[in-house]
Write a protein that binds this ligand. Structure first.
Ligand SMILES: [Mg+2]
Length: 356
């Protein structure tokens, strides 16, 4: 019987399967250096096992039957030996390919840090995230731009704060060039209109200006309160008003001086309280505004009225007194709408708050 070589061959195949499986599992979790070491050990064992198998096969070659009684058993034994050689050859090829694979993986990974297999995925993932965020930022900018357009065109239902998603957008707008460009555009067009009018010259041609965010800027106050992100706090705002430090909106000051020079009477119509008259006068003068004809503030009986009603009532009184309201500048639609409206109204930009 040729038990020796057959047993040796079975033992070799069993060992090959064990260490190939073990090596494959190890390669998924080891570092590059260890993976390379394992692949080299696999190769050495593989060569050793091959030599052992070849030597035992050479020393115990398959024997052919010498008589008819042993023919069948020898025939089966030879077939089994041939099958074993074929299987072993296949394992040789598999082992060599595994060695090449492990070596190439280890070499490739040496280009990167000694991270585990997911490293290439991690390298690609931030790029995808960045693109998605970039698209999202663009969409957000467009949405906030649409929101601001709706504010300025008076298409929104009454609102108390700016959308939290647009906090950065509004801040950038108010502190960047865009806000000043928009202010200058409004004042320039208002000036063109004012110069186009042939005044009667009887002292009854009137231009109305609102004060807050029209002549004076409260941007220093709103910079400390989220540019409209916080719900309006009248008590805190009054503290700011009483400081009398609001700077002029330069483009409005230019228009103001121009319409005065053209012969308009200038009426200042504001939602500020009568108790703030003196500080408002002082603030206006310090900011460069002079020679207005009337400063109209809310008195006690006006405190519960909407701005639209309060200002419409004041405009109506002006008309009853014989004034012609030819121009009106304000940052809120409630400065401009209602009844007894001006011949032309000029809406200044203000995405920070809404006054009904
Ligand atoms: Mg205003």
């Amino acid at each position: 019987m040729t038990c020796g070589p057959v047993g040796q061959g079975r033992f070799s195949i069993f060992r090959l399967v064990v260490y190939f499986t073990h090596t494959a599992s190890l390669s998924l979790s080891l570092s590059n250096q260890k993976r390379k070491t394992v692949s080299r050990v696999v190769f050495i064992i593989h060569i050793k096992e091959t030599n052992t198998f070849i030597s035992t096969t050479t020393e115990n070659p398959p024997r052919f039957p010498s008589d008819s009684l042993l023919f069948l058993s020898n025939k089966f034994q030879s077939i089994f030996r041939i099958a074993e050689i074929l299987i072993f050859s296949a394992m040789n090829l598999f082992g060599f390919l595994l060695f090449l694979t492990l070596s190439s993986i280890a070499s490739a990974y040496e280009k990167f840090d000694s991270h585990l297999l997911p490293r290439p995925l991690i390298l690609e993932y931030p790029n995808n995230i960045e693109i998605r965020f970039k698209e999202s930022d663009e969409d957000l900018q467009l949405l906030c731009s649409s929101w601001r357009f709706a504010v300025e065109t008076n298409n929104l239902t009454p609102w108390k704060t700016i959308p939290s998603e647009c906090a950065g957008f509004v801040k950038d707008y108010m502190t960047g060039k865009a806000y000043n460009f928009d202010l200058e555009m409004v004042s320039r067009e208002a000036g063109i209109y004012a110069r186009s009018i042939e005044l009667v010259g009887d002292g009854n041609d009137v231009w109305i200006f609102d004060i807050d965010e029209t002549l004076l800027s409260n941007l220093p106050y709103y910079a400390d309160h989220g540019y409209g992100l916080e719900v309006f706090d009248g008590h805190e705002f009054d503290k700011w008003v009483e400081k009398g430090l609001a700077p002029a909106i330069e483009s409005s000051l230019k228009l103001y001086e121009e319409v005065l020079g053209l012969g308009f009477k200038v009426f200042l119509l504001t939602g500020r309280s009568e108790r703030h008259r003196s500080v408002t006068v002082e603030n206006l003068r310090n900011a460069g505004f002079q020679n207005w004809d009337e400063l109209l503030l809310r008195n006690l009986e006006d405190l519960g009225k909407s701005a639209t009603i309060f200002k419409s009532e004041r405009r109506n009184e002006m008309v009853k007194e014989g004034y012609r309201i030819l121009g009106n500048s304000g940052d809120q639609w409630s400065d401009l709408l209602g009844y007894t409206v001006s011949n032309r109204s000029f809406k200044l930009p203000n995405p920070m708050y809404y006054i009904p």
